[in-house]
Design a protein around this ligand. Sequence first.
Ligand code: ZN
Length: 132
Amino acid sequence: MLKELRVSTRSQSQMLDITGQVSEVVAESGIKSGVCYVFVPHTTAGVTINENADPCVVSDILTETDKIVPWKDGYKHMEGNSAAHIKASLMGFCQTVLVECGKLILGTWQGIYFCEFDGPRNRKVFIKIMEA
Ligand code: ZN
């Protein structure tokens, strides 16, 4: 089963916690034991797993990635959003989370984050859950 989530971002760079939505898809699937793939089909947005307890962690990640990859830095890509492409590749486009007892196996402080780097936009996230 392939499930598509719709995600709306509100700023140029944003990390959106989608753990709840992904958990709902896992519950709906009825699969008790397996693997959940979370795939972002975009080139200027990605997906990562990190702390969802202190929101300062997410803001620090965004602040520091801005320093590592500045928006303007003499890039050649004509569209003018090379920084977003680079940041998306740094985060990656797929995360794999184990499923057991019908639930995502995440660490106590872990959440799944959709990472927008060229927003605001309406985006998609694909979720595939496989029994294993
Ligand atoms: Zn581009």
